[in-house]
Design a protein around this ligand. Structure first.
Ligand code: M6R
Length: 609
């Protein structure tokens, strides 16, 4: 999740851009850069790491000029480095970009044959050269942007500056946010309203498929077809803190609501409908090795471990491969019977969790190929692993992990499909069928998010309880664990996650009218067994909150509260159930007046044992 900024006006652009980038820092970044147009010169300054590195550089090598664009990068393609930092340049033009160009390899080959040379590993540089190639044919920047976006697949918010049209910034969006605004001293653009608030409170939110043109005194918006769009500016009353959270009261809630986008981004460009295959370019584990792997090991901590448990059910059912899932802190201190041909998967949002890193090193030492499923590009785990699947969640700021979990599961759906295809367990038709199912998920998650008012109402009903039991079966047993973890982390309520069939072997002793039981009860082959467990709970007068398949009326006979969950293949239900449980935990914690984003005693990244 990068941040972009632009200014065209009468003031010194450098300080406006740097201040703007500081306000975008919260989005996370690994490098930053600016480009300023001054007279005959278009100068670029970029640096890796903290924003103060860029500030120091600009102090040493100052830039004059009143027009410029800037960027904070959160790496997706290519490691964090100066070369990969934005702005990217092609001849007389520079460009900053947020998003993912899915067909960049195809475009790169086309542009290489036209003679363009690439200096970075990014998908963005493709767009810079693409624009240059259209401008070479005589087009204006605006027309080149219109032509280029027709070639692009994926998501983008871009800002382009060119020496041939000084003072003009052309900006466009599809799938990534972009806001523009104006005051008496110039015009501004940014990824969100946060950096704009000090300049103006009246902004225009660009919609997908729109282009904005900024000059020092005007902003105009058109569609890709060139027709003018008259958009009435929106008055923003948020303070800076609210703006960073895009109006949500907490990062956790914002991140929960980002999950449809996370699914799209993590899937984006990683599948091919023609062949029914998943395309994982950073996997770096050959098809032969994937065929040879007799056993899959998954190792992680906390929420990532729960994702790993989901992976066990997934890989075993979808591709028939035995899977062993371990808590990283346990794995590293026992004698795991891992063998050279085994595939070892380490899952981590941060890529810096000490136990997960140590477990991955141990697996490597024992000769296994290590694959990391990681969110943070360039993190220790990503660097040390043989191959990586990045979850493209953007920075997760709330300590309680939400969207990273969803990204991790999506990464495993892709891997399971890939392995199924290379092992010829799944044919083309089956591959396409799975892709279709994956593509439905963002819409289904939206549907769950729309139930938030009902979930809030139930949270009100139960927020004073002291103990909760979460039950699930099969692939939703790990989701019972995750639901309970979310509740205890942020509400400090004691919550236990259990396999529903295990209830009779102990936890039923706890069940009484004071202990709500949250149950995951999709209409799958285990449904009747789950209902039997619920009857036992009912007999002890415990209130039951059921997450059940939409249209399941029978469940109302046993449950006090029902959250209907849209229909998907049973292996895909975990994501939908998790989103509902995240909202449930979130609202309970808020109702109890707690600091949801920074729960006591917890750190976002556990880098020590
Ligand atoms: O960064 P990681 O995914 O490796 O972190 C693992 C756990 O520390 C993390 O999931 C933790 O359990 C979260 N607080 C869960 O919300």
């Amino acid at each position: 999740m990068c941040g972009i900024i632009g200014y065209s006006g009468v003031q010194n652009a450098t300080s406006i851009l740097i201040e703007g980038l500081k306000r975008l820092e919260y989005r996370g970044y690994d490098s930053a850069g600016i480009a300023i147009l001054h007279g005959e010169e278009l100068a670029v300054r970029r640096s890796v790491g903290k924003l103060e590195n860029l500030e120091n550089l600009v102090r040493k090598e100052p830039l004059g000029g009143t027009v410029g664009i800037g960027h904070t990068r959160w790496a997706t393609h290519g490691r964090p480095s100066e070369q990969n930092a934005h702005p990217h340049r092609s001849g007389d033009l520079v460009l900053v970009h947020n998003g993912i160009i899915e067909n960049y390899l195809l475009l790169k080959h086309r542009l290489e044959t036209e003679g363009y040379r690439f200096d970075s590993e990014t998908d963005t540089e493709v767009m810079a050269h693409l624009l240059a190639s259209y401008m070479k044919g005589g087009q204006s920047v605006y027309d080149a942007v219109r032509s280029a976006v027709g070639d692009l697949q994926g998501s983008y918010a871009v800002a382009v500056l060119c020496m041939s049209e000084p003072k003009v910034i052309v900006t466009a969006r599809s799938g990534c946010p972009l806001v523009i605004g104006k005051n008496g001293e110039g015009t501004y653009l940014a990824s969100d309203v946060t950096p704009l608030l000090v300049h103006t409170r009246e902004v225009v939110f660009l919609e997908d498929g729109e282009i904005g043109v900024l000059t020092p005194s005007s902003i105009s918006v058109t569609g890709m077809d060139g027709r003018t769009i008259n958009r009435v500016p929106v008055q923003i009353d948020w303070d800076a803190d609210a703006a960073e959270k895009e109006g949500y009261p907490h990062y956790m809630l914002k991140e929960i609501h980002e999950q449809p986008q996370v699914i799209m981004d993590t899937l984006g460009g990683r599948y091919d409908f023609d062949t029914g295959e998943a395309d994982l370019p950073d996997l770096a584990i050959s098809p032969e090795d994937l065929i040879r792997a007799r056993r899959i090991w998954i190792v992680a901590c906390g929420t990532s471990w729960h994702a790993g448990l989901v992976g066990k059910y997934l890989f075993e059912e979808m591709i028939g491969n035995p899977v062993q899932v371990d808590i990283a802190s346990e794995f590293r201190y026992r004698e795991p019977m891992i063998q050279e041909d085994d595939l070892f998967i380490a899952i981590s949002q941060s890529g810096e969790t000490a136990d997960t890193l140590a477990a991955a090193r141990e697996a490597k030492r024992r000769g296994a190929g290590v694959l990391a499923i990681v969110n943070v590009v360039g993190s220790s785990l990503a660097r040390e692993a043989d191959g990586v699947i990045y979850t493209r969640c953007g920075p997760e700021i709330s300590v309680a992990s939400t969207k990273a979990f969803t990204g991790q599961i999506i990464a495993m759906y892709l891997l399971a499909l890939h392995m199924g295809r290379v092992r010829k367990i799944l044919n083309i038709e089956e591959g396409r069928w799975w892709l279709d199912q994956y593509m439905m998920l963002p819409g289904r998650v939206e549907h769950v998010l729309k139930q938030e008012p009902n979930i809030l109402a139930s949270a009100k009903q139960y927020c004073t309880k002291k103990n909760f039991l979460y039950l699930g079966r099969g692939i939703n047993y790990p989701i019972a664990l995750e639901g309970a973890l979310k509740l205890k982390e942020i509400s400090y309520i004691h919550a236990e996650g259990y396999a529903a069939g295990e209830m009779k072997h102990g936890p039923i002793a706890l069940v009484d009218e004071e202990m709500p039981v949250v149950v995951l009860a999709p209409r799958d082959r285990l449904y009747d067994k789950t209902i039997n467990n619920l009857m036992e709970v009912r007999a002890r007068n415990a209130p039951i909150v059921a997450l059940a398949s939409e249209g399941d009326h029978d469940i109302h006979r046993v449950a006090e509260v029902v959250f209907p969950i849209p229909d998907v293949h049973p292996l895909l239900t975990p994501i939908l159930f998790t989103v509902a449980l995240q909202l449930f935990a979130y609202h309970i914690a808020v109702l109890r007046g707690l600091d949801v984003d920074r729960p006591r005693n917890l750190a976002k990244s556990v880098t020590v044992e």
